[in-house]
Design a protein around this ligand. Sequence first.
Ligand SMILES: NC(=O)c1ccc[n+]([C@@H]2O[C@H](COP(=O)([O-])OP(=O)(O)OC[C@H]3O[C@@H](n4cnc5c(N)ncnc54)[C@H](O)[C@@H]3O)[C@@H](O)[C@H]2O)c1
Length: 703
Amino acid sequence: MTESLRFLMCSPDHYEVDYVINPWMEGNIHKSSRDRAVEQWQGLYHLIQKRAIVDLVTPAVGWPDMVFTANAGLVLGDRVVLSRFLHRERQGEEPYFKAWFASNGFTVYELPKELPFEGAGDALFDREGRWLWAGYGFRSELDAHAYLSDWLDIEVLSLRLVDERFYHLDTCFCPLSNGYLLYYPPAFDAYSNRLIELRVPVEKRIIVAEADADVFACNSVNLGSIIIMNRASTNLTQQLNALGFEVWETPLTEFLKAGGAAKCLTLRVTEPVPTGRELGLQSMIENRTVLLEGHLLDSGLINRALDLIVEGGGSFQVLNFELGEQRQSTSRAEVKVSAPSHDLMEEILSQLIGLGAIPSTREVCDIHLAVVNQMGVAPEDFYVTTIYPTEIRINCEWVRVTNQRMDAAIVVHSTPTGSIAECKLLRDLVVGEQVAVGVEGIRSVRNPESRDQRHTQEFSFMGAGVSSERRVELVVEQIAWDLRHIRDRGGKVAVVAGPVVIHTGGGLHLSQLIRDGYVQALLGGNAIAVHDIEQSMMGTSLGVDMKRGVSVRGGHRHHLKAINTIRRWGGIRQAVAQGVLNSGIFYECICRGVPFALAGSIRDDGPLPDTQMDLLQAQADYSRLIQGSDLILMLSSMLHSIGVGNMTPAGVKMVCVDINPAVVTKLADRGSVESVGVVTDVGLFLSLLVRQLERLTHPLKAG
Ligand SMILES: NC(=O)c1ccc[n+]([C@@H]2O[C@H](COP(=O)([O-])OP(=O)(O)OC[C@H]3O[C@@H](n4cnc5c(N)ncnc54)[C@H](O)[C@@H]3O)[C@@H](O)[C@H]2O)c1
């Protein structure tokens, strides 16, 4: 027995699975045997007693989980941070543990109410004393970690748990002597796994398989070279033996029914205070406060923001919430965001900025700039733009960024009249330019989403997934009204189209839309033009007769013949001028002076002389043609629609028609409320659209 080593345990006199607060308890209520539990607990007690002193806390009636003393608190030297249980079912244990610590000479630290932390279940010292690993995600809050580092004067490394079976850190993570670590990586998020890999060299990491994790192999008590656990596979035992560890198995199946095993049943109360640590490394946790304003509840914005924080590895506290009382009035929330590191905080904040969050007035400061020192390469940590109008703060003034688009950098120029800012693609950055970095002093300006807008969007996207023809018709009626309205006031509609438009018989309808003045720019690839021309010249699309719907003998060569003809004349315009091409979408574009841009791809046959094979130039052509659009109609081309979506700022209505809901959702994911998705056949959509526009033009005839 080592005199200096002490553990706290609590006999299972009142142990029982009485409620469900973790997945292990599910289906196990009143299924454990008290006698077997006592026998198993004593087995563990005697093993530990061989190497350490075991102190006992008196079990209390009505608190069956008191047996899991790991959750009493976290001890370092003569200090203990008392647990604040998340679940009411365990909160009654707190005074009993507090009394024990106080009467045994510990200085007891208590966290603020409402800040859950479940003791050594969620906080494990590196056995070399270098730092404290602390878990969050289920039972303990990230914000509690900052208190641990302050009170215990130790660096805290925060790890986020993501698998609810492993709801406490000690269920899937066990630091061992000599710097070894026994753990189950899938229980952690990617950032946490990276952090573990940075701190523990590969030869010291012992990864357990799921089968071992499931029998709580990580929930072990480590005493020097001995590891006490419920059970270990032969593989794991051999692996540990090879590293100089001895595995002592002791069955604890009755406690597994409540989600605990060896480690959960013990609390090490002699933790030596490490010495000689570097100062300034105490805690990497960062806190920031942001404000969100808008129809936070009915637009779902507050949920999206809070989900985003948690999914990004952070945690939050809503400090203030002012609810808008009238239907049209907006709400306002002040949210404290915590993240386990500076990098994660920046990632979370940049996404919150995209949702319209602004730093609280107390924290607002000017933008940070860094200089471009390599052509076409932004400084590390540059701010990546979104589709939303953005402002940056320079010399205490908010300046609107121009050329808004997503996935660009913000370049700031100084002029005699002040600073100006613009979005620039990475490849266009020039050495010496100043680029916005980090997330300070940046905000995006979003119109508050109203309840009605939100419902329209949901109707379109969700309804479309299960769309009846009538539902599609309703959306088409709205789009027809928009097209009509935009045309009549001299606005601009850009159409992005893929070759499926032709294959589904939509070419005739799109031609008519162009002829009737509803289209001001057309964007596509080589294929839409090739098949449109093939249909015009030979009546087929990809060799299929468009009138009879059957393949034509030798038809698979038709599109190549069409390409060859256009190449012979030097381009589409020349072919129209020569009377070789006299119908179809591109014929109408030439006749009506509607500009078009065809972007090349690796799949292209030919290509047509009009297809731009220099992709940077093609992107520039697209960008020029969509400038000033009021509405962009995206018709069955994933490649070109997503390309256009990325260069379109918020405020432009986008209508995406595709048979594949995933493509429609992908565009909706830009988060723009102006977007409408229609999951349907594009040929059907275009025929309904043309019919509806005719109804608007000749109401009596159509009715
Ligand atoms: N011969 C050629 O030169 C040739 C042929 C094909 C494609 N391409 C080129 O390849 C690139 C990608 O082509 P793309 O835009 O056709 O492909 P894409 O995969 O980007 O998009 C096709 C989209 O059409 C959707 N779709 C399929 N059937 C539909 C229907 N009945 N109704 C509605 N939507 C439907 C699909 O779900 C898909 O999202 C383009 O640049 C194109 O020019 C060239």
